[in-house]
Design a protein around this ligand. Structure first.
Ligand code: ATP
Ligand code: MG
Length: 384
């Protein structure tokens, strides 16, 4: 029987829950070639949502084409240009010769070589003259617009992990180049997404920054319990099993509505259910996921400084008065000046999130693991 829950890849078709409003908004943006900025922590569903909105848009807008680019691991401008060029060329055609023709025509003086690596997958490598690319980056930055015009199409370029551009050398002038070229496009639009809210809001919401006002900003939320419950019940029923409302709610509560974790916990619970899923099964599934992730969580913790770990302990204990002398002393947090630094570092490491002054863990299972397995041995020490 096909397992009815997915994670580790975008949720599509029957695996996709809710998001009606966001879909509507993004589909409108795609159709009108407006730029979109999609921001949420990891695993909340940006890629799934972009793919879903793309899928819906092309049903009625037959001239829309989508290009998906991931900046995961991209560290500099040169890698950016190469990746973007390659992904754009990939959508031109399934025929390698056609791709080669377009590359030669539009990449002009920066084009060096394109080589077919695999016939069956049409995988190719692209070699650009980097010296020339640095002199004429608009050859790449205009590529989507040029391909769109050449093929009489409209192109949406969806770029994920966009926060990585903030680490490029001379990122401000790079951002200026992006803005000045991309905003002139009439046949291409951009959907830029990323997980680091801190960096992305600086890029798009700070007036002095080049990309300020570049697009419609969507801060994606988690999926609400009332949307999850019918989704989970439906996925169980469709595969010949069942789960009642309370148990479905327990899955969502334990996973704190985090889309990826709801799917992981639902899958593990489904696998353990001979026919009917119940709270006992969900509890066992939850424990086993915590243990499976133990090594990963240990590694994450090992990369934190002592004070950052102490801060997390204070957070788990329910403290919110981090600047009080008592808390600073009890959790060995140093001076209150330290707290700002610790919070900033933990936000940058994508461990915590701060919204309207409220601090929360991004990973509900990491929080549970710390509380249950990591801090347990410190409890006495701290409560002394
Ligand atoms: N709308 C949805 N309905 C059901 N499950 C979802 C939905 N969105 C996301 N998920 C679950 O969350 C997982 C992660 O989703 P996705 O890859 O879209 O997140 P992301 O925000 O792009 O993450 P990252 O920042 O790591 O790229 C999916 O594999 C799926 O399990
Ligand atoms: Mg993604």
């Amino acid at each position: 029987m096909k397992i009815p829950f997915v994670f580790g890849k975008p949720a599509l078709e029957e695996n996709f829950a809710d998001r009606k409003e966001e879909i509507h908004q993004i589909v409108q943006n795609f159709k009108s070639l407006s730029n979109t900025i999609l921001i949420s922590p990891r695993g909340w569903g940006k890629s799934s949502l972009m793919k879903k909105a793309a899928e819906i848009s092309i049903k009625t807008e037959h001239d829309l084409k989508f290009c998906f680019v991931s900046l995961n691991g991209i560290k500099n401008e040169e890698e950016f240009y190469n990746t973007v060029a390659k992904e754009l060329l990939r959508i031109v055609s399934t025929e390698f010769e056609v791709i080669r023709g377009i590359a030669k025509k539009y990449l002009g003086k920066i084009f060096l070589k394109i080589k077919l690596i695999s016939d069956s997958t049409n995988e190719f490598s692209l070699l650009l003259d980097m010296e020339e690319t640095n002199k004429f980056p608009e050859e790449i930055l205009n590529l989507a617009e040029n391909i769109a015009i050449e093929n009489n199409k409209r192109i949406i370029v969806c770029i994920e992990d966009f926060q990585n551009i903030s680490g490029f050398a001379d990122t401000i002038s790079f951002q200026q180049k992006l803005k000045s070229v991309w905003q002139s496009h009439k046949n291409a639009a951009y959907c830029l997404s990323g997980s680091n809210r801190f960096i992305l809001s600086e890029l798009f919401e700070t007036q002095e920054m080049p990309l300020y006002g570049f697009g419609d900003i969507i801060l994606l939320e988690k999926i609400k319990t009332e949307e999850w419950i019918p989704f989970l019940i439906g996925r169980f029923v469709n595969t010949g099993k069942s789960i009642d409302k309370n148990s479905a709610e327990l899955i969502v509560r334990l996973a704190e509505n985090h889309p990826q974790y709801v799917q992981i916990l639902a899958q593990q619970s489904w696998l353990r259910s001979p026919y009917i899923c119940n709270e006992q099964i969900i509890g066992d599934a939850y424990e086993s996921i915590l243990l499976q992730k133990s090594l990963l969580f240990q590694n994450i913790t090992a990369r934190l400084s002592d004070t950052q770990v102490y801060f997390l302990n204070a957070l788990i204990s329910g403290t919110d008065k981090f600047n009080s002398q008592k808390v600073l002393l009890k959790y060995k947090l140093g001076t209150s000046g330290n707290i700002t630094k610790i919070k900033k570092a933990l936000v940058e490491k994508e461990i915590i999130d701060i919204q309207s002054g409220k601090i929360s863990f991004l990973d509900p299972f990491y929080k549970a693991w710390l509380a249950k397995y990591y801090f347990l041995e410190y409890t006495n020490e701290f409560s002394a």
